[in-house]
Design a protein around this ligand. Structure first.
Ligand SMILES: Nc1nc2c(ncn2[C@@H]2O[C@H](COP(=O)(O)OP(=O)(O)OP(=O)(O)O)[C@@H](O)[C@H]2O)c(=O)[nH]1
Ligand SMILES: [Mg+2]
Length: 468
């Protein structure tokens, strides 16, 4: 009897060992500028893994096409001090009679999935049994990556750069009042209340740049998304070039104080993010909404392009040896996706893909230098339109059908032609875009997977090698 018990224990331990060897863990990070579609993407990704296990729904995802996907359960997340990605509440809002898009988010969040699947090939670990992948998905604002250049600038250099920007179009007009307020602090003893006040006004100015002017290159990024840092001195600073100071010790003291806070922000907040989170990412998704900036015109499009170049520079380790040394990044796959592809008719996907590729030009070859595999593609995380045709005189033209987000009314429209590459100023002068927002589609049932365009291709690229 005892022998039997001991043998049972040996078998159990061997099974645990095999189980451990089979389980793998991967951290998938998802970023993009504000409103680029991060929450929708992660919601769809989880939903496709949970409910999309079929060849019809996910033809390009091996594990689903071959029906090897057994389950994808949400389990306890690894970090107790990081906000949870609220998958179920997002899915709930997408369900029901009047589905709504999940709410905007403004900080980092994570979710852990335990994915069970049947391996494709038999191995020494046994055949036919299931394998496990622990997948941590992290959602973080792309704006945080825009702070990266601050790591290489001292307060003086950063201040000069920011004031130069503020004195030019399109910022100058809105910035004038804030500049007067900041200059009002000079020549008197630093008053912490007034400094906080001026930092709040600076935050309001950045918010104005973002919301009203559609600008993306805004530093410090956390001033717009302060999270747990709200009201702390770490965020109570703003640019102040030394040459602006009145030649008085009081102004010098103010400068020293702002400079110390800048150094703290750079060393603890910016570096802190890269050290704590970024260095642990295995795979990265960068989402880009190319359509909204086209709607808003040439200046915004250029600004988005610059911001994206900055975001992509975070994956060019080779070019930035200092950075590799500091953070030891290990990302080996990078998916860059043009989101909301259901806003254009299907014969335009090619053009959208080309536009995205040109936007990321340079980054691709440099990422390849670093042995990072990169894929760019158009994608709709949650497809909200159907393709159709409309008659215009004697012509039949491709069109989209969906519910307009603003009033929920069914509409059929031709959305405008996406340029198959970076549009010139002249192009903007001749074309105007009007990509309208659509309401999410009504779900057929709670068991039906979310409709999508290209999620299977995206997941195959991101996880296909592990789900083998
Ligand atoms: N038609 C369509 N619209 C989408 C899709 N994905 C996102 N959207 C739209 O884009 C908006 C923003 O999407 P989110 O997923 O919240 O974007 P986000 O990047 O998480 O935004 P923040 O959390 O505010 O930074 C949604 O409210 C939708 O209106 C999609 O696949 N199709
Ligand atoms: Mg979000």
């Amino acid at each position: 009897m005892e022998l039997k018990q001991a043998a049972k224990q040996v078998v159990q331990s061997a099974n645990t060992l095999i189980e451990r060897a089979r389980s793998q863990q991967l951290t998938l990070a998802v970023t993009g500028l504000s409103r680029s579609g991060k929450t929708a993407f992660i919601t769809s990704l989880i939903n496709q893994l949970q409910q999309g296990n079929s060849a019809e729904h996910m033809p390009l995802l091996d594990v689903a096409r071959q029906r090897r996907l057994i389950s994808a359960k949400q389990v306890a997340q690894p970090h107790l001090d990081v906000a949870s990605f609220r998958y179920l509440s997002g899915l709930r809002s997408l369900s029901g009679v009047a589905p709504e898009w999940p709410k905007a988010t403004d900080t980092i969040s994570e979710v852990r999935l335990e994915i069970c699947f049947r391996p494709k090939h038999k191995s020494w670990l046994g055949s036919g049994d299931s394998s496990k992948l622990l997948l941590d998905i992290v959602d973080y604002p792309g704006e945080w990556l825009l702070d990266l250049p601050m790591l290489q600038m001292d307060f003086q250099q950063w201040s000069e750069q920011q004031w130069q920007l503020m004195e030019q179009a399109p910022r100058a007009e809105a910035a004038a009042r804030w500049i007067t307020e900041a200059e009002g602090l000079l020549g008197r003893e630093p008053d912490d209340d007034a400094i906080h006040q001026c930092a709040d006004s600076y935050a309001a100015l950045l918010k104005h740049f973002k919301d009203q002017l559609g600008l993306s290159l805004l530093q410090p990024g956390r001033l717009l998304m302060p999270g747990e840092l709200v009201g702390t001195p770490a965020l109570a600073f703003f640019p102040m070039p030394q040459q602006r100071l009145l030649n008085e010790p009081a102004s010098e003291a103010l400068w020293q104080l702002l400079s110390a806070r800048y150094e703290y922000y750079v060393n603890h907040v910016v570096k802190g993010f890269f050290k704590r989170f970024f260095r642990h990412f295995d795979r990265q998704v960068v989402l880009v909404d190319c359509l909204q900036p086209l709607n808003e015109g040439a200046a915004h499009f250029r600004e988005m392009q610059q911001a994206l170049t900055q975001v992509m520079s975070c994956f060019q380790y080779g070019k930035q040896g200092w950075w590799r040394q500091l953070f030891e990044p290990k990302i080996d796959r990078l998916l860059v996706a043009a989101t909301k592809a259901d806003h254009v008719t299907n014969e335009q996907f090619d053009a959208l893909g080309k536009l995205l590729a040109e936007l990321c030009q340079g980054a691709e070859s440099q990422a390849l230098d670093n042995d990072i595999q990169i894929q760019h593609q158009p994608l709709a995380s949650i497809r909200s339109t159907r393709f159709g045709h409309v008659k215009q005189g004697s012509q039949t033209i491709p069109a989209l059908k969906g519910l307009r987000l603003s009033d929920g009314k069914p509409i059929t429209l031709f959305p405008g032609q996406v340029p198959a590459g970076l549009p010139s100023e002249a192009f903007f002068a001749q074309h105007s875009f009007d990509f309208v927002d659509f309401a999410p589609p009504a779900r057929q049932s709670d068991y039906a997977p979310l409709p999508h365009i290209g999620m299977d291709k995206a997941i195959e690229f991101l996880l296909g090698d592990v789900l083998k």
